[in-house]
Design a protein around this ligand. Structure first.
Ligand code: CMC
Length: 415
């Protein structure tokens, strides 16, 4: 059977033949020959990249970075090894690892500038507002990033500084949101340095740092989600990496995406007690509420990140003490997984359902949660940006279906 697709426009009888590649993709622009557009606002069946970074099989609940299963990476590697893997395609050797770790954890960052940016926000500002705008502020300081758009070596050379700046920006934004002062910036791992810098988790630093390291690994990349799509779309205009990061993190902030982890904790707190769960589920089924932390565009069986997070939750609660909200979350999960509404729609707990309980046990406030997602996702965004810049692309400029009025004249008298 030829690897092609015949598309017949029944209005005209005209047929075109389009090639189909080994991944089942065809060049949708061929539809123009029939005067047709594919309408796909959520991009359900539209691929906008050929990427070698992350593989997901949503039906089977598989997530791999550069071929390595997420479960193995979470158990056996550090966040900076995963960052290296995403950016360079291979896990680092021992020598490469120590060079990369030293470059990130010891990077010369303009701390005064980042601190000034963070402190310029009024008390009560959401730390994601600080982070999003912080990327643009860093872009103003890094004029050389504009030349790096077309320079692969310069893009790679900038990675350690960009990760170190992200660490400081995120940690300071979190510290400021709880009225804290920014503390030491050293640490043996990325997560440990992050905790020390944000002034959170000092009571059980070793356990919390390893738990956060695993959470960072799980959040490092997830192929073409809304944030990464934004990164690529903005980058396609040849915008530099810092300003592209501002857009990607803004997309992540939404409650349907990375903002869901904060929304889950607020939802659990609102439910308050296990006995209120059945009522809440009824509200969800009547569409008065959404069960935050449930459902996923790609995973239709289970989210493999949620499975790993459950064991992280057990580890941190073992040292921080029990959290009654965990009981509420478990009851919600139990009822939802048996209820026809959720079963028929293939709705399962996603990465955001339990991560907030782990973050809370470490000592973070809900407003910090989306920052804790954005910080590790930055390496994913930068890796996609680099992959796109290294290949062929055109500016992402979708077509629209115009449904407004025909031409009309401004009336002479509008009195
Ligand atoms: N609670 C109740 N009903 C839901 C939920 C939910 N969380 N998610 C989906 N549905 C229903 C939805 O109403 C629809 O029902 P119907 O077919 O009767 O109209 C059906 O399930 C299919 O949902 P959809 O909206 O077409 O699915 P989508 O792929 O467009 O959206 C989603 C995916 C993640 C945005 C959505 O499931 C959602 O809003 N979940 C809650 C927010 C959340 O947890 N987001 C984090 C996602 S994972 C991490 C990340 O991406 O950052």
């Amino acid at each position: 059977m030829p690897d092609s697709l015949s598309i017949t426009d029944n209005r005209t009888g005209k047929t075109i033949e389009v090639s189909v590649d080994g991944h089942g993709a065809f060049p949708a622009s061929e539809l123009k020959k029939l005067g047709l557009l594919s309408f796909d606002q959520p991009l359900l069946a539209t691929a906008t990249a050929r990427s070698a970074i992350t593989f997901i099989d949503g039906e089977a609940g598989i997530l791999r970075y550069r071929g390595y299963p997420i479960e193995q990476l979470a158990e056996k590697t550090s966040f900076l090894e995963v960052a290296y893997l995403l950016a360079y395609g291979e896990l680092p050797t021992a020598a490469q690892r120590s060079v990369f770790e030293a470059a990130v954890l010891g990077a010369q960052v303009d701390t005064a500038r980042i601190r000034k940016h963070v402190e310029s926000f009024p008390a009560g500002s959401h730390p994601m507002s600080v982070l999003i705008s912080g990327y643009a502020a860093l872009g103003a300081a890094h004029q050389e990033a504009k030349a790096a758009v077309h320079d692969g070596e310069a893009r790679k050379a900038a990675l350690p500084t960009q990760l170190a700046e992200t660490l400081q920006l995120g940690a300071y934004a979190i510290a400021a949101s709880i009225g804290g002062t920014t503390g030491a910036t050293s640490g043996a791992t990325f997560a440990e340095q992050f905790l020390r810098t944000s002034g959170v988790g000092a009571e059980q630093l070793e356990v919390f740092a390893r738990a956060l390291e695993v959470l960072f690994i799980l959040h490092a990349d997830h192929e073409l989600n809304a944030g990464t799509n934004a990164m690529r779309a903005i980058g396609s205009a040849e915008t530099d990496a810092y300003h592209s990061l501002a857009g990607a993190s803004a997309a992540l902030y939404g409650p349907l995406h990375g903002g869901a982890n904060e929304a889950v904790l607020k939802m659990l707190a609102k439910i308050g007690d296990v006995k209120n769960v059945p009522d809440f589920i009824e509200h969800v089924k009547h569409r008065d509420e959404k069960l935050m932390g449930f459902g996923h565009r790609v995973y239709k069986n289970f989210d493999p990140r949620a499975t790993v997070i459950k064991s992280v939750v057990d580890e941190v609660l073992a040292v921080s003490g029990p959290d009654p909200l965990l009981g509420v979350a478990q009851e919600l999960e139990k009822i939802a997984l048996e209820d026809e509404y959720f079963v028929s729609r293939k709705l399962y707990p996603n990465v955001d359902f339990y991560s907030g309980i782990a973050y809370k046990a470490i000592g973070f406030q809900p407003a910090a949660f989306t920052v804790l997602f954005a910080v590790p996702r930055t390496i994913g965004w930068l890796s996609h940006y680099d992959e796109m810049m290294a290949g062929e692309f055109k500016i992402t400029r979708p077509a629209q279906v115009y449904i407004g009025s025909d031409e009309r004249s401004v009336p002479a008298n509008r009195g």
